[in-house]
Structure formats: structure tokens, C-alpha cells
Design a protein around this ligand. Sequence first.
Ligand code: LRH
Ligand code: MN
Length: 396
Amino acid sequence: MMNASQTERVAQALDSFRIELPSWGFANTGTRFGKFLQPAAALTIEEKFADAAEVHRTTGVCPTLALHVLWDLPNGLSDVPRIVSLAGEHGIRPGSINPNLFEDQIYKFGSFGNPDASIRAKALQHTRDSVAIAGALRSRDTVLWFADGSNYPGTANIRQRKQWFEENLRALHADVRADQRLLVEYKPFEPAFYHTDIADWGMALTLARAAGPQARVLVDTGHHYQSQNIEQIVAWLLSEDMLGGFHFNDRRYADDDLTLGSIDPYQVFRIFHEIQHFEWESGTRADIAYMIDQSHNLKGKIEAMIQTVVHAQELYAKAALVDRPRLASAQQRCELVDAESTLQDAFSTDVRPAIAEWRRAKRLPADPLEAFRASGYLDRITARRGGRVSASSSYA
Ligand code: LRH
Ligand code: MN
């Protein structure tokens, strides 16, 4: 049973915790072995905003929607007025802007890292357009993920490509306003399977620094080798003041993009713990964009999103229960068992009653998933959207 001060700490943590939804999480997605279509899946940006609004209605903590430029604004800046009116209509603000530098045939040998200067220029122009779209939508962050790399030893000049990335990121940074940020996302492999130009946190940090003061590093939890200590990377990036945000998901093997906490909830708890311990020690609020990046290939897309948000809240609330003064003194005295058990005690605390209480106090449904199921929203959109099958080849 939690005591009053613990209940208060859970409420304070939830008051500040917000997490961004990915528009592509509502669309039909799959793997190279196929895409299982869902009749209620969102095909249009209107439907993606409507579904995001339903997740926000039931949870109250997802006021922004991440957009992928070519999927959500295929006409670029001229699609901005439509997005602005949808945002007003659904009470969901446009969130981070994600350029698409991985589907176009011209990017076969890379985008910023392509040996062909005209293709590098096209890629740079697309990212510039994306930063302009972010400005027009008052979105703070442009997230830069590059599929660039190679599949066979000797086929790419890795140092030359690094230099092209520095040049293009520096050029792009010149367009970034003081109230905007560039978040550089790393990934060790896929779709490239020999080398990836931005493969780990150190490479992303080096390039973000080379780009300029508005650039930070984005940590996608699925973009790590099996045995990597992700929370140590988080601690280092916090220490360097270079942590810009997260793409949360879970995985058993590679970049599986499964729902957060479905495989290793203690991993997400350890990440939240590192952040909250930094905030406790520094007395500052870490300037981090918490975002979801998942593909719901089998689960109902809206249910998977609500499940993810609810689980993120629970793990963030558990991390708020770590007795930090006790932990700091146990760490100082090298009392290993005492130190470790401050985390385990918090992690094993059932925070769900306190969270349900917090929701009631905020006039939110005590059980978001139950509220969604009782709303009939899924039946309504299935009736409205069913019967049409989009066979688009694009990822989302
Ligand atoms: C790449 C990635 C990136 C997105 C894409 C949908 O794996 O994590 O963040 O652009 O997924
Ligand atoms: Mn990602």
C-alpha cells in the first residue's frame, strides 16, 4: 500500500509527463514478409488526427502528433493550412517533424552520404523543407533519421560520407531558428547491413555537435545491440547536455518496434530513473521530448497506443518512487544491496490505484482502455473505413 507522500509524488510525476504519438502508428504497417491490413486503420491524415484525439481523450497526456513529411504532408508547405485546421478540429497539436530520406529510389546509395552531389543536394533540400514545415506548424523538433549505409565491405568510403554528413547537417542547422531543435537519431543496422553512417550514440553526438548548438541526440530504444546498456547512454547524454528525446518501443531481437514495456519494462524504468535522478541531483527539468515510435502490425492500433501510454505512465510513476536520498547515500557507502533495492522497491510498487485516482481527479477515465472499448469509437470507424483496402507499398 502506498503512503500519502508516495501518492503525491506519483501525482506530481504524472502532472508533468507527456508523450507524443506517431501518426504512422495508426496506419497499416508490416514487415518485408507482408502487411496485415486492418479495416479500421487510418489511411488519411484526417483519420490519424482523429485516432490520436481518441487516445488523448482517454489518457489526457498525448497532446501532440509526430508527422512524417512524405506520408502526412506529401505537398509540403502547402499542406500546412490543412494540418493547422485538423489540429484545431481535434485538439491535437502537430509534434515533431520527420523527413523521409529512405523510400525514394534516388536514395539507393544514401541521402546525405550519397557519393552523387546532386542527390545530397536533394536530400538537404528535403530536410530544409521539413524545418520550414516545422516552423510553419510551430513544431519545435525536426527528427533526422538516415537509412544511409552500405551492405558490403569496401563499397563505401565511411570517412568521406561522415564529412558529407557534417557539411549537410551544418548547412541545415543554418535554417534552424533559436526556438527549434534538430534531433539526430542513430541506428546500428537496417536497412543497411554492413555499415550505417549514424550507427550509435557517439556518432550521433559527434554529428550533432558538428551541426550546431540547436542539435541534440535522439535515443530510439529499439536502435541498440542486444547487450547495450541504454540507460548508461542516457546518463552520458544527460551529462553532456545533449539528450534531446526518445522514440520509445520494445524489442526481443532487433528494431522490432513492439509496444513499450511488452518485453522488458524494467529497461524503460531504468531509463526513467536515470532521468529523474539527474533532475533530482541538478534541481533542473531535463529538456526531453518523450515520443512513441512503434508499428502495430498485429494489435489493434488504437488499443496498442493506449496500452503504450498507460504503461509509460506506470513506469514513469514507479521511477518517481525511488527514494533518492537513500539511494545516493547507499551509492556513496557502496552498500550494493541497499542501493539496488531502492530501485527494485519502487519498480515492484503497484502504482495503478494512485494513477486511477489521479485520472479521476483530472476528470479522465480511470481505465483508458476500458473507456475506449466502451466508447464504440472502433465500431464507428470500422463501419466508416472498412471495405476499402489500401494496397500502398509504402511502409506506413
Ligand atoms: C527508423 C525509425 C525512424 C522513423 C521510422 C518510422 O527505424 O525509428 O525514427 O522515421 O522508424
Ligand atoms: Mn525511431
